[in-house]
Design a protein around this ligand. Structure first.
Ligand code: ADP
Ligand code: MG
Ligand code: ZN
Length: 478
């Protein structure tokens, strides 16, 4: 039996506001437990919430970037449940009138074709506190309680773990461009629940889904979905039913395990939050927020392709984060040749490699754009070898000096000077009479051996092309 996986993702984002969603407490991460609390976020009787304007603006900004329809009239609701991390015994969320609905996000499939994934809704809510479980007790930190969360719910329109992964990276890139969340899964500022069901290939109706939680990286989401596809397929093949439930990803054993049967909306007894007014989102307000949305990654990628002649592949790598995109664009613009390939190859090659190995953005390497361009020019003029240039680059990052100074200090300039190379070639020929015979006997690769010897003698600084020319001439005259 073949099945089609059907996946819908719920992404929760911490919005990068200074203060919490409904009170003035700080949202700063990593502070002393319970040092950022007040009567509102601790749920004291009589305290009243006030909506954080920036949280609303950020939420609208994301919703607009995801092509959602903004609701003219939006309100908050109480989602009731009891849990120790929830001091009020309800979460302020949005139920039937979320701030936006019916958007979409386009993801690139293998081969570059775009697929439009529906966004069901984007709504605002608040985070709960954090439980810290110890051996024989549990501790609670309420600093996180009340931090604004944006929930982005997709339609069940993704059909493989790979598509889910692409959706998440595309979404994260957009959110980073909007500058409204750190999107750091390790700090919990981006969390993802994955809903998945299987249906017989060709069937329209959706199968029964499981909701997967506790994946702390995009890779884990992909792994958990892959595991779940196999588990559900096996059940269906044995004519058993898939139970609708919440399952947790166990990173150690690489499997999903049942947490609880899934609760229904009615279990939460949603009702309108009586302490907050409904909000009217005027067209003026929406126009104003729209103006704050910058050029988004896909548009920037297309522009790089059009304006600078980059391939889709290279452009996509360079625009992944706004910081890298800006830095790359400056390098490309200031690079004086019309053919931008050399600078682009350095950006997506050695420079990106250095940034990745330091886990930072290109601009954080602390190397000036003009120095990077200078380095690429040295290579293009064949004044230093590619290999030497890579070591100059890491030196530029480490000691923050110009390429010219480093090349001089380390004596890395490539030797293209015919006179001095003639001398070296003469010596090597004298030392290797056997190779000369081999060459004359028709063994063409003897010449490569001799080039190697000269490279060795010059510490890799000889210009191999020039060396080869000299050798060829001298061997045919010998
Ligand atoms: P719930 O009420 O269980 O939270 P929702 O209908 O709100 O379910 O949907 C939550 C998420 O699950 C959405 O992203 C949606 O696309 C996805 N989803 C809903 N039904 C299915 C299904 N049968 N298979 C896969 N995903 C689904
Ligand atoms: Mg839901
Ligand atoms: Zn507070």
């Amino acid at each position: 039996m073949t099945y089609e996986p059907v996946i819908g993702l719920e992404v929760h984002l911490h919005l990068k506001t200074q203060t919490k969603a409904f009170c003035g407490c700080s949202t700063e991460f990593g502070q002393e437990p319970n040092s950022q609390v007040c009567p509102v976020c601790l749920g004291f009787p009589g305290s009243l919430p006030v909506l954080n304007k920036t949280a609303l603006d950020y939420g609208l900004k994301v919703a607009l970037a995801l092509n959602c329809q903004i609701q003219e009239y939006t309100k908050f609701d109480r989602k009731n449940y009891f849990y120790p991390d929830l001091p009020k015994n309800y979460q302020i969320s949005q139920y039937d009138l979320p701030l936006s609905k019916n958007g979409f996000l386009e993801i690139a499939l293998d081969g570059g074709k775009l697929k439009r994934i529906g966004i069901r809704r984007v709504h605002l809510e608040e985070d709960a506190g954090k439980l810290i479980h110890q051996e024989d007790s549990s501790l609670i930190d309420f600093n996180r309680a009340g931090i604004p969360l944006l929930e982005i719910v997709s339609e069940p329109g993704l059909n493989s773990p790979g598509e889910a992964h692409e959706y998440l990276t595309t979404l994260k890139s957009i959110i980073e461009y909007l500058y409204v969340s750190d999107c750091d899964m390790e700090k919990g500022s981006l969390r993802c629940d994955a809903n998945i069901s299987l249906r017989k290939t060709g069937q329209q109706d959706l199968g029964t889904k499981a909701e997967l939680k506790n994946m702390n990286s995009f890779k884990a989401v992909k792994e958990a979905l892959t595991f779940e596809i196999e588990r559900q397929a096996e059940l269906l093949n044995q004519k058993k039913t898939v139970v609708q439930e919440t399952r947790s990803w166990d990173v150690k054993n690489l499997e999903t395990v049942s947490m609880r049967t899934k609760e229904e909306a009615q279990d939460y007894r949603y009702f309108p939050e009586p302490d907050l007014p409904p909000f009217i989102l005027s067209p003026d307000k929406i126009t104003e927020i729209k103006k704050t949305i910058p050029e988004l990654p896909r548009d920037k990628m297309l522009r790089f392709v059009k304006d600078y002649g980059l391939s889709d592949y290279d452009a996509k790598i360079l625009v992944a984060t706004l910081k890298d995109a800006n830095f790359s664009e400056e390098c490309i613009r200031l690079y004086s040749k019309n053919d931008k390939k050399p600078i682009v190859n350095w950006l997506i090659g050695p420079i990106l490699y250095e940034a990745n190995s330091r886990n930072c953005n290109l601009s954080d390497l602390g190397v000036a754009v003009k120095d990077l361009i200078g380095l690429v020019d040295f290579v293009e003029r064949q004044e230093i070898s590619y290999l030497a240039a890579k070591s100059v680059l890491s030196e530029m990052i480490n000691i923050k000096d110009s390429p010219a100074n480093i090349i001089q200090k380390k004596n890395l300039a490539q030797i293209s000077d015919i006179k001095s190379l003639e001398l070296q070639v003469g010596e090597v020929l004298k030392e290797n009479p056997k190779s000369i015979q081999d060459y004359k006997a028709g063994k063409g690769n003897a010449i490569m051996f001799l080039v190697g010897q000269i490279m060795k003698k010059t510490g890799g600084k000889a210009n191999p092309k020039v060396v080869q020319e000299i050798l060829k001439r001298r061997l045919s005259n010998a």
